[in-house]
Design a protein around this ligand. Structure first.
Ligand code: UT7
Length: 318
């Protein structure tokens, strides 16, 4: 029996920083409102010519170089993104072309902010089935390109970035211990882009009824984390690090509190990165790894919620 071990972490953030004060140039807002309601102080913004695939490539290179892994060892590429370079081909195909690793599968998955948790479950199932042995899984977004910079309810919330994991087949009983993913299409109108190839041949801008998402977030994130813990016979007290989707500090801390997890065990990067959708969890994981927080055999609990609604959780041992 194979298990799915995390053998590398990578991340990339575009150079340009947009601070809360800078947003006053676009909309009627304040640092005080943004920070007190969301915990966000700044976000990174990609250049016009910097595409989601470029961010994904840089986060992958960081994982390859930091953990001395050759791109040619990879036998499957999965990119979670809501902001692909093109309608097609997939952003994963572009990443594959850059690294010149042909004749392996590469594809994008779209589950908005839950995309990385969906990707983890897919990668884990591929590895456990014996189909692939070393999967590059990336969450990458350039949300700044689909923001309506005149809408203060959304434009202050999002940022750009990418995070990556390399997940390898292992004989040791570690890595991904459990994962749960869910969706409820009843809430499609609460968070969406008002464009698409079939709808109106435009890309569209982000539209969100923030309170609808807020209402569901704490309950769904905590319940799915409990369900994933049950699936692998662990309990909340076994968790060393809680790494939730980074959308709002109030949601992060309320979910941790509901689960009975202390703030000290909760990883939060929302202050510096804002909401980077599918990139937020791998970015937070790579940041925690780089800062030396993650120790061998630590148990991590991940969870995310996003448009759809989609949500899910994952428990893993690093
Ligand atoms: O990643 C996908 C998952 N997404 C999320 O998890 C987002 C979940 N939702 C949220 O995080 C919160 O609902 C928001 C941060 C989006 C909004 O916070 P809120 O406490 O729910 O505020 P609200 O929408 O109830 O707005 C309160 C007031 C409104 O004014 P009135 O109508 O009471 O006069 C808004 O117009 O705040 C106003 N407002 C702002 N004021 C200054 C909304 N945005 C801003 C702004 N600056 N940027």
């Amino acid at each position: 029996m194979s298990f799915s071990e995390i053998i590398a972490y990578g991340r990339y953030l575009p150079e340009t920083l947009l601070k809360n004060e800078d947003l006053k140039k676009f909309v009627d807002t304040s640092d005080e409102w943004i920070f007190s309601r969301t915990g966000i102080k700044q976000r990174h913004i990609a250049e016009k010519k910097e595409l989601t695939s470029h961010l994904a490539i840089k986060a992958s290179e960081d994982a390859f170089n930091s953990f001395k892994i050759e791109p040619k060892e990879i036998d499957c590429i999965i990119i979670a993104t809501t902001t692909p370079d093109n309608t097609f081909p997939s952003t994963a195909s572009k990443v594959q072309n850059y690294f010149k690793i042909s004749n392996i599968p590469s594809f994008d998955i779209q589950a908005v902010c839950s995309g990385f948790i969906y990707g983890i479950q897919i990668a884990d199932a591929f590895i456990k089935s014996g189909k692939y042995k070393k999967i590059l899984l990336v969450g990458a977004e350039t949300l700044s390109k689909i923001i309506d910079w005149k809408d203060r309810r959304t434009c202050v919330l999002f940022g750009d970035g990418a995070g990556s994991l390399i997940i390898s087949s292992s004989r040791k009983k570690n890595g991904i211990l459990a994962s749960k993913i869910y969706s409820d299409g009843e809430w499609i109108d609460s968070l969406y882009a008002d464009g698409g190839p079939s709808l109106n041949q435009k890309v569209g801008k982000i539209r969100m009824v923030g309170q609808d998402i807020f209402k569901h977030a704490v309950k769904k994130l905590s319940e799915s984390t409990e369900q994933a813990l049950t699936q692998c016979d662990l309990s909340v007290k076994d968790i060393n690090w809680f790494i939730p989707h980074q959308a709002n500090q109030r949601i992060i801390l309320s979910t941790a509190k509901k689960l009975g997890i202390s703030e000290e065990k909760t990883i939060s990067t929302v202050k510096f990165h804002a909401n980077t959708s599918a990139a937020s969890i791998p970015l937070a994981m790579a940041s925690a790894h780089k800062s030396g927080k993650l120790k061998k055999n630590d148990i991590l609990a991940l969870c995310a919620i996003g448009g759809g609604l989609t949500w899910g959780s994952c428990i893993l041992r690093v």
